[in-house]
Design a protein around this ligand. Sequence first.
Ligand SMILES: Nc1ncnc2c1ncn2[C@@H]1O[C@H](COP(=O)(O)OP(=O)(O)OP(=O)(O)O)[C@@H](O)[C@H]1O
Length: 253
Amino acid sequence: MTTMPTATLTDTLLDFEDVAMTFPDGTVALSGVDLTVKRGEFVTVVGPSGCGKSTLLRIASGLETASHGTAQVNTDRIGYVFQDATLLPWRDVRSNVELLAELNKIPKAERAAKAEEAIQLVGLSGFEKHLPKALSGGMRMRTSLARSLTLEPEIFLFDEPFGALDEITRERLNDELLRLFHEKQFAGLFITHSVSEAVYLSTKVIVMSGRPGHIVDEFEVPFDMPRDPEIRFTAEFGDLVGKVSHALREGHA
Ligand SMILES: Nc1ncnc2c1ncn2[C@@H]1O[C@H](COP(=O)(O)OP(=O)(O)OP(=O)(O)O)[C@@H](O)[C@H]1O
């Protein structure tokens, strides 16, 4: 019924119990979803189009309220990266990255230092004065990521952030995201349509059914972090991608 950001010290950062979502027009988007994301976990959700993945993330972020069950987020340090980088076109990279820190009333010198560190972390040093229109799609996503990093999130919510990027850029950003996950120790809840992206990035992959979305399968990903990019070409990786794809097809049937 509620999304409750609270600042308690717990290992479970996100806790969904029996979450369901029926929109006012009667559309049942989710039913009976139990999901936890703990510190150190990077959980990816795959599922057919329209099964309620974005709704799940919107409930986690507090943008929507579940119509049934409890959706609890045990931190107020939440980062968001959506498919659209949502940059302000009149602000350059530096001042877009500073935006959230500014809205959170972090003093000027401190937010400048945080922005500089975040820009460096996402590999955008040298582009601070560029406007969004002068950036590639991948650079816009890096800017969006840097903007959230300034708030040092304990949990990061990603709604298909790399879906619109070409394959090479996407792979590069996957590697950078894994490096950030390892360095910054945030937990992640990531939505994607790409099974191989899900397996590559995650410690756990959740498979959802068609609408109303519910969890039909869960796979622990056994590969070590930091993850070697070459893992993508191994038989073990291919095998797990095959299993997740199979569960996705079964859940969709
Ligand atoms: N505000 C709303 N009012 C009514 N129905 C909605 C609303 N938002 C989403 N829906 C419906 O809820 C269902 C789930 O939508 P959602 O965007 O969560 O799916 P998704 O799994 O993220 O889809 P995709 O993979 O295509 O992005 C869809 O049928 C959608 O049309």
